[in-house]
Design a protein around this ligand. Structure first.
Ligand SMILES: Cc1cc2nc3c(=O)[nH]c(=O)nc-3n(C[C@H](O)[C@H](O)[C@H](O)COP(=O)(O)OP(=O)(O)OC[C@H]3O[C@@H](n4cnc5c(N)ncnc54)[C@H](O)[C@@H]3O)c2cc1C
Ligand code: FES
Ligand code: FES
Length: 1333
């Protein structure tokens, strides 16, 4: 097809306005059309592959057959613009704005503190909005289902759910949602006294009512269009792809025969990711969306024919209707499909993905195909040779992504048969995350019994996830058929099943033992379910084993308790009161501007990086000639183009901005292509050819690095007491080792920057998403060889950062600046999720070895710990992180003889960097494991050992820093009380005695976290405050806003000091031109430092106003300012804070590296399904000492968000590398961060009352990082549950469970009869699919 051919005009309504597109390109997705063409930047891009929900919008269509309008949420990143002809799209801008009317959904999410960085918020708003358009009074289930596909990395979801909960029917009559203590939903009465006593985080009485009549109406023009269908083929032609949408089935068949290679684009959820991530190019696609036969549903006496074009959401509704209409014995298959559909993708995916598309895509782990196959379904296929029926069985699925369908075949419809009496169909699956995650193993099973008997007449079992495609367990079925449904039959079946699916140890996807054990345990689950059915039917008379109930999933009301401000505090003073994030409404309306939302300038270019594909090699050639020939490509930037410093030095190690000699990891930046658009730059980057000569012996694993002494210097050592002697004198000594995996920051806004040459005197404006503008400024200036005064960095806000937007961002900005410098044009660089994950590194994986000496009474008398961090190929901040391991190694425990050694290992993996907690989450994990081992060895509860060893009275750390642990102990006692710990431990034991396959575990974990930078010079801050003649105040300070609410808190500080309401105070951005030489917003120190600087500036100004105030004490403020101006009083002041002189002397092994400690304690309880390793956090209670809270809503948000990030770190998130060092997990499809389904079902946070801190502003404490470690309470609760399962199998004593405690690890550690059947492969005897780095 020629790109010059003129296509049809595409007609779509966006937010009620008609948009006609003359040149619609089939490769354009709705997301880029909205953001780039229409400048509707409220809809965000977080992953581009349907996995994060940031791009959620609502699509509405008129259905002429039923004369109804349907509204549904979709991922704009996967929806081709061409698919939208005749549809209406509503984006976050279309439902409300701060200039017109904020929509109730926007208002409630904002006011309930549901936004921190705000990047996910428009997606959350639109997912909720689409739900409410269909169901204005939803249930909690509806809400969690609607939000299941929307990721948030900041909030921990609780406040979002609480905001949405206010729309629930049940909620309307509920006494309270938060802050009130008891709740009617818990069956507890709340008194008026209670509600007065406890302040609340938000007041729902303020909320606007939801009024469906105020919504945009569906455009009548589109109704008319749908009622008068166009009989012509619609055609759209783009640069590389053409799109044909036939009007009739005949035409579709002809087209498909003529162009057999052209795929049918339906939901585009398979084709779209293939194009985007695998670089597949389709010159032509055919869209059959207008073919009504593909959507027809018809019933017969045998079952139901469902059009292959029906979406999975439509199929779900249809099946639910059928289940309600027919007797249950006829709808067994439908029930199984409903079960599977509930877990397949997100609501946004199910709203567009089609039944036919799922079948034809033939994923190895398709959830539908095993059920359809086991359920004896069939399809009608049509082509020019006619129609034929094909059974969906083992002959249909022939290989990876392949079926028996011929290229010209169209699947017309799918037959779903009714089940018969005595027939049972089930669908079971296990996935890395409970929701919105492709399954690890998925299965459909059907059994049919002879009437009135337990003898099996027919059985059919299919699995996904154990081979290249859906496979039949035919041999296993033979072993079951004709026999009684009994343990004996199943016992034989397991043996056959094991032999039937022998996955080689290096099978793609890994998890070989787990997958094999899942086939057995899922079959066992099916066996038990059917057994109970047979018992219910009286076919079986004898006693049968326990029924397996699903894990609980109902989210309960939550509690956030904090101290009210004193009665004496003036009403106008906002310090200590919950105050909404100052940008929350802008987040929720999509008005908040992130780096990539800045409008394009004339001639702007886009930069895409070219990265190394070898882990350790010499570059022998770089050929950019093909790239330069491509349309739109302007230049290729290499190291040679760098006018200034080509390398940066850290700890004496070099880090090249762009490599031109050697590469030391896959993902190292080699050069960059700049072009007139992102697609052109991407194509240019793909055309760059690099040749390499491999260098020997790349190092990937920690073991390898230790063996080869591949370490970054200095390594650190810290010792106190006489450790060796103490080991000799200890009653018992125990040694072990434990590993902890790394973590991807997964900030929702990927790395983004825009560099704009000003055009004179070598000046540049750098708009960048960074935590440290001053470092970026310095790096850019050095790279370009110009003074810093020519470079201005602007940071409006970040869509999350978590430590990942410091060092790496400065390098990326330097490269982008070189491109802007060379081309003298504005250059934008926004990494895609996959590039970001590949290039920028994350938290350091850790291997730790420990030896502990303890007395029989539980006292730990000696410990010797060694920590090895996988730092990757560049030093970055790894040495400082290794230091943190030692500075925190004892956590909350006083261990008289203690020794630690820490090293950052150099490997050929992408370089790791700072991440919230900066090494502390790793080392605390080690000590808590050690304490747990002691408890197990002594046969005592772990909390008792913790209590026995906890710091008490005036205390001193191993590096001789004196402190008081009183508040730690208060948190501990309070947490035990609030969580009802003792009673719940007993209940857990009782549960475990009564349940064999499900176990509960509980743990209570303390934290002592040092605040401040040990590098003294970083403990400083500055601010600049201007008061304008109209009385409005502009505050700037060195802190950057990344969701932690620093600007909100600074506004509160300025408000208190200037005695004016926060509405008069504005913070626009952080900029190196207003506040120079700033420190990074990191180490939980931003508020402490910048708060003091803002306070200082405001005090100066208020002081200057004193004569005016005295003259006219009543003011008002505006008059004072006017008078001051006329009196020639300066209304601008800088504030400065010279922080404490913190230090650590490693030679003397003593120091004062922290200003003070923040304390907290967390209790979590989980329920674990031992058969498959799935778990649910039933309840979490956190008590935190954060001094006098500056803003309880912001700070509770930090605690909850950090906890959830920790929960992800310790139980869910897994980075996987290939044996050649390539990161496999480069997006939300492979890397699972916590979603709504991971929220503790009951999530309570209490701020410790009556605590003071003389070392920080207004007696507050730093809170950004500490709570992350508390997520480990879920890990230790899982370990506790696993221990209970092991003890049922007769296994007692300490055991190793590495972090994260994924379902795979937890299940295998449970050592069930099923996991024990799986032979393990000898390490070293095969090349594993993934490395244990
Ligand atoms: C984020 C995400 C999560 C997901 N999670 C899951 C999950 O948990 N479980 C699961 O099973 N799946 C999952 N999927 C896969 C999803 O279900 C499939 O991609 C979807 O069903 C394919 O349907 P589609 O309409 O989007 O197909 P398209 O992408 O439009 O087409 C896919 C292929 O099917 C062919 N095709 C489509 N219709 C027909 C037809 N009528 N006749 C012949 N060929 C046809 C096309 O030619 C094309 O080759 C997920 C996908 C995403 C993006
Ligand atoms: S950007 Fe569309 S789902 Fe992530
Ligand atoms: S507020 Fe949800 S990702 Fe930041």
């Amino acid at each position: 097809m020629s790109a010059e051919r003129r296509g049809d005009t595409l007609c779509v309504f966006i937010n009620g306005k008609k948009v006609e597109v003359e040149d619609a390109d089939p490769e354009t997705m709705l997301l880029s059309f909205l953001r780039q063409k229409l400048r509707l930047t409220g809809t965000k891009s977080g992953c581009g592959g349907g996995g994060c929900g940031a791009c959620t919008v609502m699509v509405s269509r008129y259905q002429p057959a039923t004369k109804t309008i349907t509204h549904y949420a979709v991922n704009a990143c996967l929806l081709p613009l061409c698919q939208l002809h005749g549809a209406a799209v509503t984006t976050v801008e279309g439902i409300g704005s701060s200039t017109t009317r904020v929509h109730p959904v926007q208002e409630r999410i904002a006011k309930a503190h549901g936004s921190q960085c705000g990047f996910c918020t428009p997606g959350m708003v639109m997912a909720t909005y689409a739900l409410l358009r269909n169901k204005p009074k939803p249930t909690m289930d509806d809400i969690t289902l609607a939000l299941a596909g929307n990721l948030c990395r900041c909030t921990g979801y609780r406040p979002i759910v609480d905001g949405c909960r206010t729309f629930c029917q049940q909620e309307a009559n509920c006494c309270q949602v938060n802050g009130g203590g008891n709740c009617c939903l818990n069956g507890e009465k709340i008194t008026n006294e209670d509600s007065k006593k406890n302040p609340e985080l938000f007041n729902k009485d303020e909320f606007l009512p939801l009024d469906p009549t105020q919504e945009l109406i569906f455009p009548p023009e589109l109704i008319l269009m749908a009622e008068t269908p166009n009989a012509q083929t619609l055609a759209f032609y783009g640069e590389r792809m053409s799109w044909l949408s036939p009007a009739s089935l005949d035409e579709l068949i002809q087209l498909k025969t003529k162009h057999p290679k052209a795929p049918l684009v339906m939901g585009n959820t398979n084709i779209g990711p293939d194009i985007k991530f695998k670089g597949v190019v389709h010159p032509l696609v055919i869209s059959p969306s207008r073919i009504k036969e593909l959507y027809e549903v018809s019933r017969t006496s045998q079952g139901v024919w469902v059009g292959a074009g029906c979406t999975l959401a439509e199929l779900h509704s249809l099946l639910e209707k059928l289940v309600s209409e027919f007797p249950s014995e006829k709808t067994e298959l439908f029930g199984a499909l409903i079960q599977q559909l509930g877990n397949l993708g997100s609501q946004q995916i199910r709203n567009v993905a089609t039944l036919g598309g799922n079948i034809a895509s033939a994923y190895p782990n398709s959830d539908l195909n095993p059920v359809l196959a086991a359920g004896s379904c069939k399809v009608i296929v049509i082509s020019t040779v006619g129609r034929r029926e094909l059974p969906l069985n083992q002959d249909f699925f022939v290989g990876f992504g392949k079926t028996v369908l011929k290229p010209e075949d169209v699947v017309l419809s799918v037959f779903l048969p009714f089940s018969r009496k005595g027939e049972f169909v089930r669908a079971l699956r296990q996935a890395p995350r409970k929701e919105v995650s492709f399954a690890t193993v998925t299965t459909g099973m059907r059994v049919f019994f002879c009437e009135g008997s337990a003898a099996v007449q027919e059985v059919s079992i299919y699995f996904g996830g154990v081979a290249a495609t859906t496979v039949s367990a035919a041999e296993t079925c033979k072993a079951i058929a004709g026999r009684l449904w009994s343990e004996e039959t199943l016992g034989r079946a397991y043996e056959v099943l094991l032999e039937e699916f022998v996955l080689p140890p290096s099978a793609p996807g890994g998890k070989v033992e787990f997958r094999r054990s899942l086939t057995l345990s899922l079959l066992f689950k099916f066996y038990l379910e059917v057994l109970h059915k047979l018992k219910e039917m009286n076919v079986i008379k004898e006693e049968i084993p326990e029924k397996l109930l699903a894990l609980p999933k109902d989210i309960q009301p939550t509690l956030q308790e904090f101290q009210a401000v004193s009665k004496e505090q003036s009403d106008q003073d906002p310090v200590g009161r919950p105050m909404m994030h100052r940008s929350a409404i802008s987040h929720a309306t999509g008005e908040a501007v992130y780096c990539d939302d800045i409008p394009r300038t004339e001639g702007e270019l886009f930069l895409v990086l070219v990265t190394s594909t070898r882990a350790h090699a010499r570059i022998t050639g770089l050929d950019v000639s093909e790239a330069l020939k491509l349309p739109g490509v302007v230049d290729v930037i290499t190291a040679k183009d760098i006018p200034g410093k080509k390398v940066r030095l850290m700890f004496g190690y070099q880090e090249e901005v762009l490599s031109d000699g050697e590469v030391s990891c896959i993902g190292q930046m080699v050069c960059a292509v700049v072009a007139d658009s992102k697609p052109h730059a991407k194509r240019g980057a793909a055309a760059v050819k690099i040749t390499y000569e491999d260098l020997p012996d790349p190092i990937f694993t920690l073991e390898d690095a230790i063996e080869k002494t591949s370490l970054y210097e200095p390594t650190r050592f810290l010792e106190m007491g006489d450790v060796d002697k103490a080991f000799e004198e200890a009653d018992r000594v125990h040694e072990a080792e434990v590993r902890m995996g790394g973590q991807e920051h997964f900030y929702m806004e990927p790395q983004s920057m825009l560099v704009v040459p000003v055009g004179e005197e070598r000046e540049l404006n750098v708009y960048v998403s960074t935590q440290w503008p001053a470092l970026t400024q310095e790096a850019v200036a050095e790279t370009l060889g110009i003074p810093s005064n020519r470079v201005t960095c602007h940071v409006k806000r970040m869509g999350g950062a978590f430590g990942g937007k410091v060092i790496k961002t400065s390098i990326l900005a330097s490269i982008t600046s070189v491109a802007a410098w060379k081309t003298n044009r504005a250059v934008r660089c926004v990494l895609e999720r996959g590039e970001d994950m590949l290039i920028t590194g994350g938290r350091h994986p850790l291997l730790a070895k420990y030896k502990v000496g303890f007395m029989n009474d539980g006292r730990i008398v000696a410990a010797d710990l060694s920590y090895y961090a996988n730092a990757g190929c560049k030093v970055d901040e790894s040495v400082l992180i290794a230091e943190k391991f030692l500075l925190h190694m004892e956590n909350a425990y006083s261990i008289p003889n203690l020794r630690g050694y820490a090293a950052a290992c150099r490997t050929n993996l992408p370089s790791n960097t700072a991440f919230r907690g900066f090494g502390v989450p790793q080392c605390l994990f080690v000590i808590e494991n050690m304490v747990n081992d002691v408890a197990v060895l002594l046969g005592r509860p772990a909390d008792q050992i913790r209590e026995t060893n906890m710091y008490r009275g005036p205390s001193s750390t191993p590096y001789k820093l004196e402190f008081s642990p009183d508040n730690l102990l208060r948190c501990w006692e309070e947490c035990k009380l609030k969580s009802d710990y003792s009673a719940r431990c007993k209940a857990v034991d009782q549960f475990n005695q009564q349940n064999h396959w499900k176990k509960r575990g509980i743990s209570i974990i303390p934290i002592k976290y040092g605040i401040g930078f040990a590098e003294s010079f970083l403990n400083q801050a500055a601010a600049l405050v201007h008061i304008y003649k109209d009385g409005s105040v502009l505050v700037t300070h060195g802190g950057t806003e990344m969701g932690q609410g620093i600007h909100t808190k600074m506004q509160q500080v300025a408000s208190r000091e200037l005695h004016i309401p926060t509405t008069k105070i504005y913070i626009s951005e952080t900029s190196t031109s207003t506040v120079p030489n700033t420190c990074p917003s990191a180490a939980s120190f931003g508020t402490d430092a910048n708060g003091m600087a803002v306070k200082n500036a405001c005090e100066i100004l208020y002081q200057r106003l004193e004569p005016i105030r005295k003259k006219n004490p009543k003011g008002p403020w505006e008059n004072w300012i006017r008078d001051a101006y006329f009196e020639k009083i300066s209304l601008s002041a800088t504030g400065f804070w010279r922080g404490p002189d913190l230090y650590m002397d490693w030679d003397k092994m003593e120091g004062h590296p922290y200003a003070y400690f923040t304390f907290g304690v967390c209790c979590s309880e989980v329920e674990l399904d031992c058969l498959v390793g799935d778990y649910r956090t039933l309840r979490t209670d956190i008590v935190f000492d954060i001094g006098r809270s500056l803003n309880p809503s912001v700070e509770i948000g930090q605690i909850e968000g950090a906890f959830m990030q920790g929960l992800g770190l310790y139980t869910l998130e897994e980075l996987k590398y290939s044996p050649s060092g390539l990161l496999y997990t480069r997006g939300p499809s492979q890397y699972k961060i916590p979603a709504v389904c991971d929220m503790p079902l009951q999530f309570n946070v209490y701020l410790l009352p009556d605590t003071y801190n003389p070392h920080a502003i207004y007696s507050s404490k730093g809170i950004g990082e500490p709570a992350l470690f508390l997520g480990s309470s879920c890990f230790f609760a899982i370990k506790d549950a696993v221990a209970a399962a092991r003890s049922d199998s007769g296994l007692v004593g300490p055991f190793t469970l590495d972090s994260p405690a994924t379902p795979e690890r937890a299940c295998l550690a449970c050592a069930t009869p099923f996991t024990q059947k799986i032979p393990t492969s000898e390490p070293g005897s095969f090349r594993p699919w993934a490395l244990n780095i």
